[in-house]
Design a protein. Sequence first.
Length: 92
Amino acid sequence: QDQRKFECDICHATFNRRYNLGTHIKTHDKNRRKDFPCHLCQKFFDRKHDLTRHISTVHNGERAYACSECPSTFSRKDAMVRHRMQKHNATA
């Protein structure tokens, strides 16, 4: 059973916590400050955490999350969970 109860009115993404929804909503603001540049490409990020994740997954190719049902691997846990739900009818 999915416990996600906070939904973005813009893109309908859902979150377990109100704080996560609030953080997500900021991503829709085209005027938000992006103070964390990637020195390996031309992208900028508004949170240091996002820059760090970008470097490890995009530039270093880290894929730390493996599907328990098939050989697929993912750089983010949410992507692996979504894959399992969509491809293997698993529950969250």
